[in-house]
Design a protein around this ligand. Structure first.
Ligand code: F6P
Length: 319
């Protein structure tokens, strides 16, 4: 293998730049040419491809977002779109591809691999919703962004003795909400993986109130539904005048944490190793701090599991 491509696709995540840098530098270290494909699979279809050099990835390890831009591409879900992408790979002499993103990205990587062009997936999403890896690139930074926001909200919640309901991202996964809730001592954490009893949320609020605690933080994962609707329900049931904050896309930006930079550097380099060792259709990950790789089809067919022990602990600590 003499030429490989790299792209980022789906929602961006802090640390994607560090992963791109790692792929480019590791490949060049092994004498391989690297081509950056812009705007994910859309750029592959359109031929928005350029050669990357050592200097192309200088000064990006600390930057959020992705230097290669990102997109969600409907056309690449079709056979026609995939064949257009393969044509571009042929035209540029690209023999293998590293795709950084979430499950949509891996679906594209699977399709290209099936058409004879080896792909390796690197998990990059703030949601931490990918099976086969303990952490995805971007999760730690997003979590710290959330913690920073909640700490600030807590100040005003205390001053005004208010209940705040804070909605965090995560798509269908509750990891960001659970970790943030545990890290910030939230009174309730509401995530899609468990059917929370509404009465239990109200009881917790009332119990806290009875022992003189007049402010509360409730964290809701976006996968459960709207925090605004939940806030109204809580106000009616508990006789409160709560405030709702939807953190939104602030969670996707910012300089990656040290943990994300290191994770991205390790995963990107490992993906290059796999391609050079003749592997195809794999996803790299980290489990118990060891680099691992899995069949990408298996990953696409399995479901990320939330850590039940952590969820139970969060309940125990917020009695
Ligand atoms: O997958 C990352 C993510 O930020 C999710 O947490 C969220 O549901 C979604 O992307 C938002 O997507 P968009 O940026 O397209 O609105």
């Amino acid at each position: 293998m003499k030429k490989i491509g790299v792209l980022t696709s789906g929602g961006d995540a802090p640390g994607m730049n560090a992963a791109i840098r790692s792929v480019v530098r590791k490949a060049i270290y092994h004498g391989i040419e690297v081509y950056g494909i812009k705007y994910g699979y859309q750029g592959l279809i359109d031929g928005d491809i350029e050669k990357m050099e050592l200097g192309s990835v200088g000064d990006i390890i600390q930057r959020g977002g992705t230097k290669l831009y990102s997109a969600r591409c409907e056309e690449f879900k079709t056979e026609e779109g995939q064949l257009k992408g393969i044509e571009q790979m042929k035209k540029h002499g690209i023999e293998g591809l590293i795709a950084i993103g979430g499950d949509g990205t891996f679906m594209g990587a699977k399709k290209i691999t099936e058409k004879g062009y080896p792909c390796i997936g690197v998990p990059g999403t703030i949601d931490n919703d990918i099976p086969g890896t303990d952490f995805t690139i971007g999760f730690d930074t997003a979590l710290n962004t959330i913690i920073d926001a909640i700490d600030k909200i807590r100040d005003t919640a205390t001053s005004h003795e208010r209940t705040f309901i804070i909605e965090v991202m995560g798509r269908d996964a509750g990891d960001l909400a659970l970790w943030a809730g545990l890290a910030d001592g939230a009174e309730s954490i509401i995530i899609p993986e468990f059917d929370d009893d509404f009465e239990d949320i109200i009881d917790r609020l009332k119990r806290g109130h009875d022992r003189g605690k007049k402010h509360s933080i409730i964290i809701v994962a976006e996968g459960v539904g709207s925090a605004v609707d939940l806030g109204q329900k809580i106000d009616e049931a508990a006789g409160l005048e709560s405030r709702v904050t939807v953190l939104g896309h602030t969670q996707r930006g910012g300089s990656p944490s040290a943990a994300d930079r290191v994770l991205a550097s390790r995963l990107g380099a490992y993906a290059v190793d796999l391609l050079l060792n003749g592997q195809a259709g794999r996803m790299v990950g980290i489990q118990q701090n060891k680099l691992v790789d899995h069949d990408i089809v298996e990953i696409l067919n399995s479901k990320h599991e939330i850590d039940f022990d952590m969820y139970r602990l969060s309940k125990e600590l917020s009695i």
